[in-house]
Design a protein around this ligand. Structure first.
Ligand code: MN
Length: 202
């Protein structure tokens, strides 16, 4: 497959002869944009939050994972754009490779871009991310409702940081932080331990 420029950093970090992670394809026209949240049991366990913008998944590493409690402000560190097929990736990245460890799809679905300017007019979603504040409504199997991503530190240096926060006033049904070791894949129902045990068979 031709390596696309917008995935240069992603491709540069990986040896596709060794990892079964995907290499990349183009988006289908006219479909609602996708999101995925993966749990990644790498050197440090974290959640990976990804939103489709055109032909890539814009990505953030969220140490504690998304919360459905609007009082929780979740730190989100940007990572390199990922290919669209990464939405489906669940399995084991070999030890010693970039991101080596187990990945499950914790939640996936579509989202509705809600970003607007100060006068309430809709703005291009990718542009709103570049400017450092985007709002969107998730329709997943676990996550539902409006969330915001807001850049809180540096857009140039590698310490760039964002916050992922649920909109609204909070409700008694909020679950807060998911337990990553008990959580099950929204695709296959498996836990991290089960995917790790299944290895490449998964
Ligand atoms: Mn990760």
């Amino acid at each position: 497959m031709e390596k696309k420029d917008h995935l240069r950093e992603y491709h540069g970090k990986r040896d596709f002869g060794r990892t079964r992670e995907p290499e990349g394809r183009s988006a289908a026209a006219g479909e609602a944009p996708r999101f995925v949240v993966q749990i990644h049991d790498a050197r440090t366990l974290h959640f990976d939050f990804r939103l489709q913008v055109d032909d890539v998944l814009k990505s953030w590493s969220v140490p504690k994972g998304p919360s459905d409690d609007p009082h929780d402000k979740r730190l989100a560190m940007p990572t390199e754009d990922h290919p669209l097929e990464y939405e489906d990736f669940e399995g084991v990245i070999p030890k010693g490779e970039y991101g080596g460890g187990t990945v499950i799809v914790w939640d996936h679905g579509t989202y509705e871009p809600l970003s607007h300017d100060r006068k309430g007019r809709p703005v291009d979603f990718g542009e709103s991310l570049e400017r450092g504040h985007a709002t969107f409504r998730l329709s997943g199997s676990k996550l539902h409702g409006e969330y915001a991503l807001t850049r809180i530190r540096g857009s140039q240096d590698d310490r760039e940081a964002w916050l992922l926060v649920k909109a609204g006033k909070g409700h008694s049904g909020a679950h807060g932080t998911p337990d990553p070791y008990r959580a099950r894949s929204s695709r296959t129902g498996r836990t991290l331990a089960q995917v790790a045990a299944d290895g490449d068979e998964g």
